[in-house]
Ligand binder design. Structure first.
Ligand code: M7G
Length: 182
């Protein structure tokens, strides 16, 4: 008998294609709800560090699309870990796996606030984002941020910043402000 997870999860892939609108490039890969099915999927796909630049993986609770527009994400935001280019080889895959294990292992006290996580492979620096449901739930957002920082063993100088999706969506400068930091 397989070991059930608390939630069912769906892995998504974003393949950058300029000729398409953003939503059309978002593809569902597979869903799983046991530990064993997670590992067979994980072992079957390329590590994030081998994706082409411009592409993403996302892991969301089943039923939530990896988009700002989904009802579950609309009032939410993300904890963002920005990596520099040299961290793709050494650290990116470990951070992404640790984030996945925090999600599917329900590491957070406020795990009902978790929607999913995204890894963006980008020339200007890769990013890992952990999406939560309600930016206004300060206590839960901070608990999740602190736990993430601990579980990823981020060096003390590394900051995690929280961005509200509405701010990212509306961004008119190249950077979106952090509403919380840990
Ligand atoms: P990104 O891929 O999150 O980061 O956003 P990047 O700037 O490092 O590449 C790039 C662009 O993709 C955004 O400016 C939007 O045009 C589009 N985009 C990204 N996300 C997450 C969404 C989304 O959830 N919904 C929609 N409609 N567009 C998005």
């Amino acid at each position: 008998i397989k070991h059930p997870l608390q939630n069912a999860w769906t892995l998504w892939y974003y393949e950058h294609d300029r000729s398409q609108v953003w939503e059309n490039n978002v593809k569902e890969i597979a869903s799983f709800q046991t530990v064993e099915d997670f590992w067979s999927l994980y072992n079957h796909i390329k590590p994030a560090s081998e994706l082409k630049q411009g592409n993403d993986y996302s892991l969301f609770k089943r039923g939530i699309k990896p988009m700002w527009e989904d009802a579950a994400n609309k009032r939410g935001g993300r904890w963002l870990l920005c990596l520099d280019r040299k961290q793709r080889n050494q650290e990116l895959d470990r951070y992404w796996l640790d984030v996945i294990l925090c999600l599917i292992g329900e590491a957070f006290e406020n795990s009902e606030e978790i929607c999913g996580a995204v890894v963006n492979i980008r020339g200007k620096g890769d990013k890992v984002g952990i999406w939560t449901a309600d930016w206004n739930n300060t206590q839960a957002v901070l608990e999740i941020g602190k736990k993430l920082k601990e579980r990823l063993h981020l060096p003390g100088r590394t900051q995690l910043g929280y961005q509200i999706h509405d701010d990212v969506m509306a961004k008119n400068s190249s950077v979106t402000k952090y509403s919380y930091t840990v």
